[in-house]
Design a protein around this ligand. Structure first.
Ligand code: HDE
Length: 688
């Protein structure tokens, strides 16, 4: 078969998916209002009544249609991953994977494929907060010329359980407790930790969940993982095991827990806002796609089972090969139509990508289609614009609620002679999907492989790989979460369980949550995997946000030089003053404040630049500015202090030291401040 893979329909009018969506976009600007039947509406303010003060009449078709549509606006939220946010983009291939897979979109270097990526929180309801401690969903739909390929991943590379049959139990335990529907979007409660302690396969995942990975700074700075082991199949039919990784160009960065909780109140939409604004500003989020591969013959070479989704393949043992880059470059037009109605399914694969017997993956292959049938109201959701493949669809499926396609002709069965036996099936060489012919044998049994028994070695590998501040954060997270657990028995069981990961860690947690020291032995793993620590991540100043605390009387030359330097390095800033609008320097130069001390907060910025105000205006300013400085300092953030800002900084609880850059007597202030901003956190700071 001739595979001259094109650019997946990319041309000057946007990608093929964008062009397809364009057919469904409706712009009401400047148009006359009509009913859904197209009747022009004369009055949309008053219902039709018998007399101006009389009852509303049944014949008011406009009123009935409008209210009925409104009454039916909601659809069920996703049972998990309800709160999410998405964007469009493209995937570009760096290196041909032809040797390993026949997947069309992975053949030609430079080939571009339209994608749609939905990020999500697992536990909280649709209206919950962005910054909850939780796993983040990272679901990518590739609109390839061979059909849709969905890589439905998370930002953590392992999972809580090993067999999909336990998923309802896990989710029942972590969701709000059923008798009082509390707490919302939180794992810090009895039923979750009771599940953990009584299902010890969760150990590795819980270490990740208690780490900074579960409180990401934003969606742009998280990794994505396919989690399961999949297969690549090449043209010759050879199979290799593969794991997928997405690596953010800006590195992996997190919030601190106190900050995450404050943000939950100050801006519940913190992460979606960041994604939306970054794309609007042209700061397009980018992630490189990496793959790990294991030869078919090497399936049993490792001290873990490669089909066990509670295990990683340490990057130091199985290197990650970077093969392409995804760029998110377009926000949605309508969140309901696109983000809410998109339907991902790990079973959506293209020829060249196949499944393995991972029992978690196998169960997922059933669940997604099943849940979408109820969530999207029947079997025709693949016709919803966001879900439509960009290639032609032909089959004998018919009817069902809200069918859009008008299938012409009388034949809707296979085989037939009336339509020349079409639509016809395709052989592998014609691009037909042929499942990998894996040899399977065994007795029918409800059991788990012995090779899935080791729950603690990789949990300890993760612990060993953490830097001292990361270890402290894990201890703090356990102490917070278990501290909220009312049952002393559950607290004790959990501490005992994590004593198998690290005795000292579990002992400190035991003291913090008022239970006995752990009993039992800790895992004897001494290895570590540097790739797991966020201390080793990429640190860049680009797109980080500085809050400039400023008022009348600043030094125009000094401030404008610093702002220019920030811009030069791609740092974003907002001017925060007592009131919106113009602020004047001592020379009379004006700058515009876009935020006030009421409308924003230090937690919404990565760093502060303390400029200060004229002496006669200090009293009021002092109070506001001190709150900002104290909080940023306590959250280990970089702080730049202008010459006019020093009196304010000195009056705060913050101390000179790591991450505090002072302009007075510092010729290279701007650049040094940018370097500090790139570091993001200064953990070796003595906070009060
Ligand atoms: Fe999901 N998961 N999941 N999951 N999952 C859903 O499908 C399920 C698992 C993931 O933005 C549901 O359409 C089972 C692992 C993401 O729309 C549901 C099991 C991973 C999303 C479902 C898992 C994921 C979902 C709910 C255990 C990472 C959001 C709504 C075997 C690799 C996709 C829906 C979006 C959504 C089932 C475990 C990722 C119920 C049974 C492991 C990112 O079908």
């Amino acid at each position: 078969m001739d595979k001259s893979w094109s650019n997946q329909g990319k041309d000057a009018n946007g990608d093929a998916k964008d062009q397809q969506l364009e057919q469904f976009r409706v712009n009401n600007d400047g148009k006359k209002m009509t009913t859904n039947q197209g009747i022009k509406i004369s009055n949309d303010e008053d219902s039709l009544k018998a007399g101006v003060r009389g009852p509303t009449l049944m014949e008011d078709f406009h009123f009935r249609e409008k209210i009925t549509h409104f009454d039916h606006e909601r659809i069920p939220e996703r049972v998990v991953h309800a709160r999410g946010y998405a964007a469009h983009g493209e995937f570009e291939l760096y290196e041909s994977m032809q040797e390993y897979t026949k997947a069309g979109f992975l053949q030609k270097v430079g080939a571009k494929t339209p994608v749609f990526l939905r990020f999500s929180n697992v536990v909280g309801s649709l209206g919950s907060v962005d910054t909850a401690r939780d796993v983040r969903g990272f679901a990518v739909k590739f609109y390839t010329e061979e059909g849709n390929y969905d890589l439905v991943g998370n930002n953590i590379p392992v999972f809580f359980i090993q067999d999909a049959i336990k998923f309802p139990d896990l989710i029942h335990a972590v969701k709000p407790e059923p008798h009082n529907e509390m707490p919302q979007a939180a794992s810090a409660h009895d039923t979750f930790w009771d599940f953990v302690a009584n299902n010890q396969e969760t150990a590795h995942m819980i270490m990740w969940l208690m780490s900074d990975r579960a409180i990401p700074k934003n969606y742009r700075m998280i990794e994505g993982f396919g989690v399961h082991t999949f297969r690549f199949i090449n043209e010759k039919g050879k199979s290799r095991f593969v794991k997928f990784h997405w690596k953010p160009i800006l590195g992996v960065h997190s919030l601190v827990w106190d900050e995450a909780q404050i943000i939950a109140g100050k801006d519940a939409d913190f992460q979606r806002r960041d994604l939306w604004e970054s794309i609007e500003n042209g700061d397009f989020p980018q992630y490189e796609l990496g793959i790990q591969m294991i030869e078919q013959e090497e399936e049993f070479k490792f001290d873990f089972d490669i089909l066990d989704a509670t295990k990683i393949w340490p990057e130091e043992i199985v290197p990650v090969k970077i093969i392409g880059k995804m760029t998110l470059n377009r926000n949605v037009d309508n969140v309901f139509a696109e983000t809410e109605q998109v339907a991902f399914h790990p079973g959506n694969v293209v020829p060249g990508i196949d499944f393995t017997n991972d029992p978690l993956l196998q169960g997922r292959l059933f669940s997604y289609l099943d849940t979408q049938l109820i969530r999207l109201g029947g079997p025709n959701f693949a016709e919803i614009p966001i879900n439509r493949p960009i290639c032609p669809i032909h089959n004998n499926q018919r009817n069902g609620f809200s069918r859009q396609t008008i299938n012409v002709g009388k034949v809707s069965y296979h085989k037939n002679s009336l339509a020349n036996n079409t639509p016809s099936s395709s052989s592998a060489s014609e691009g037909g999907f042929v499942h990998y012919e894996e040899k399977v044998e065994g007795r029918v049994t409800r059991a788990r492989s012995k090779s899935f028994d080791d729950h603690f070695s990789q949990a300890r590998l993760f612990w060993n790989s953490m830097s001292p501040p990361e270890k402290q954060h894990i201890i703090n997270a356990f102490s917070f979460e278990l501290g909220k657990v009312k049952s002393q028995s559950v607290r004790q069981q959990t501490v005992n369980m994590f004593g198998h990961v690290d005795k000292e860690m579990a002992t400190i947690i035991a003291i913090n949550v008022g239970v006995n020291k752990p009993i039992g032995e800790q895992s004897n793993v001494t290895a570590s995997s540097p790739a797991l620590s966020q201390e080793n991540t990429i640190k860049l100043p680009q797109t980080l946000k500085v809050g400039v605390l400023i008022g009348d009387g600043f030094d125009a030359t000094e401030v404008s030089n610093v702002l220019k330097t920030l811009t030069k390095y791609g740092v974003r800033y907002s001017l925060i003053a007592e009131r919106l609008g113009a602020i004047k320097s001592k020379e009379g130069v004006q700058l515009m404040a876009t935020e006030t001390y009421l409308t924003t907060d230090s937690v919404l910025f990565d760093s502060l630049y303390v400029v200060g105000v004229r002496a006669d205006n200090q009293a009021k300013f002092n109070q506001d500015i001190l709150i900002f400085i104290n909080q940023a300092f306590r959250h280990y953030k970089p702080i730049g202090v202008a010459t006019t800002g020093l009196p304010f900084f000195s009056a705060s609880n913050a101390k000179l030291g790591p991450g505090v850059v002072v302009a007075t007597g510092n010729a290279d202030f701007g650049k040094k401040f940018v370097d500090a901003i790139a570091q993001q956190r200064f953990w070796d700071r003595n906070i009060y």
